[in-house]
Design a binder for this molecule. Structure first.
Ligand SMILES: NC(=O)C1=CN([C@@H]2O[C@H](COP(=O)(O)OP(=O)(O)OC[C@H]3O[C@@H](n4cnc5c(N)ncnc54)[C@H](O)[C@@H]3O)[C@@H](O)[C@H]2O)C=CC1
Ligand SMILES: CC(C)CC(=O)C(=O)O
Ligand SMILES: [Mg+2]
Length: 363
């Protein structure tokens, strides 16, 4: 197949991990007979420096025309002045809204070789397989903001339609997994959460084969760390999902490991590791690229519908996690490019005839 992929490397470690993900996608294309065309555009802080805008019109136009968009990360201290009028993160939020990618899928699995990096004991890490479905284009990140000398507000608003569409997505995904959805809110305090809960409860009636439970977000933050194997699909609003998934990354062993896919009703998906621009390690060539590479696997699966290729990349990453090398966040000393090369070399070990033969072209 032929696909056009727009890359938005962004700031900090964004370009480093994007390079690794693109190299893996190119290695997949070479081995399986597909043609992937890449086109890089500016977003975030580097776009502010170049154009004054965190999401230049040319970047958005290219993303809308692409088959899929891959993003590294945006932001950093250079653009973090509290009085700044434009901020890198605004570019990413505007892109998510413009592409209509309301469902942010963030899968969590714990590789057995990394159990010692987790705050939990081996026994509790067994069978951890959670799919977070985070609402991505509503809530406090998108509400009206006000600021005076001595006060500030961020409106948190949700419409029934916004809750319904992400809830449907979560239940559909649960049907193909273990038929269990946990909806996380703060319905004991927040009006938006009471609307969230009643809407999720109503939609659940359409999926009698899927069990629904509700959990308040504060206790969920605790349960995630104490009983992670209890959860299958976790659906929640934008801010809660952002925080809970960084917490979940600690179970996996590093924030550098978790991927994400942001999907909407349209055809273009946005793929990014869940971490930020990691200014403390940027430019050193030591960022863990595996979350970015696993995001590339999600791109193959969800936007290009190349399931064999996606599972092959995931198997190659799993082999690297079993045998090493390991990056600094996992107490190794492998660089970003060494990890990239290890995954590409593992592709050849795990490749099946279906992956190698040109696939659909082979019939
Ligand atoms: N999607 C995006 O573009 C996101 C951007 N950000 C932005 O990133 C900047 C830094 O935010 P932080 O709160 O420091 O979060 P962060 O995710 O950038 O870093 C948190 C910690 O995790 C480590 N880390 C992150 N990714 C890593 C990787 N691939 N390999 C090894 N270690 C890794 C960092 O070194 C740091 O110690 C801020 O400007 C923030 O707004 C934050 C989150 C998401
Ligand atoms: C706008 C982003 C910086 C929010 C975030 O942290 C994320 O989506 O993970
Ligand atoms: Mg985040």
């Amino acid at each position: 197949m032929k696909a056009r992929i727009v890359t938005l490397p962004g700031d900090g470690v964004g370009p480093e991990v994007t390079d690794a993900a693109v190299a893996v996608l190119k290695a997949v294309a070479e081995r399986s007979g597909h043609t992937f065309e890449f086109e890089s555009h500016a977003i975030g802080g580097c776009a502010i420096d170049a154009t004054g805008q965190p999401l230049p019109a040319s970047t958005l136009e290219a993303c809308k025309k692409a088959d899929a968009v891959f993003l590294g990360a945006v932001g950093g201290p250079k653009w973090s002045d509290p009085h700044a009028k434009v901020r890198p993160e605004q570019g990413l939020l505007a892109l998510r809204a413009a592409l209509g990618v309301f469902a942010n899928l963030r899968p969590l699995q714990v590789h057995p070789a990394l159990a010692s990096f987790s705050p939990l004991k081996n026994e509790k890490l067994k069978n951890v397989d959670v799919l977070f479905v985070r609402e991505l284009t509503g809530g406090a990140y998108f509400g009206a903001k006000t600021r005076t000398e001595d006060a500030a507000t961020d409106e948190c608003k949700y419409t029934v339609a916004e809750i319904e569409r992400v809830t449907h997505r979560a239940f559909e995904l649960a049907r193909d997994r273990r038929q269990h959805v946990t909806s996380v809110d703060k319905a004991n305090v927040l009006e938006t959460s009471r609307l969230w809960r009643s809407t999720v409860q109503r939609i659940a009636a359409d999926y009698p084969d899927v069990k629904l439970e509700h959990q308040l977000v504060d206790s969920m933050a605790m349960l995630l760390l104490t009983q992670p194997s209890r959860y299958d699909v976790v659906v929640t609003e934008n801010l809660f999902g952002d925080i809970l998934t960084d917490e979940a990354a600690a179970l996996a062993g590093s924030l550098g490991l978790l991927p994400s896919a942001s999907l909407g009703a349209g055809k273009v998906g946005l793929y990014e590791p869940i971490h930020g621009s990691a200014p403390d390690i940027a430019g050193k060539g030591i960022a863990n690229p595996l979350g970015a590479i696993l995001s590339a696997a999600l791109l193959l699966r969800h936007s290009l519908e190349l399931e064999i290729e996606a599972t092959t990349v995931e198997a190659a990453v799993a082999q690297v996690l079993s045998n090493g090398p390991y990056s600094r966040d996992l107490s190794g000393n492998a660089t970003t490019t060494q990890l990239r090369d290890a995954v590409i070399s593992a592709l050849d070990d795990v490749a099946t005839p279906a992956f190698l033969c040109g696939l659909r072209a082979c019939g």
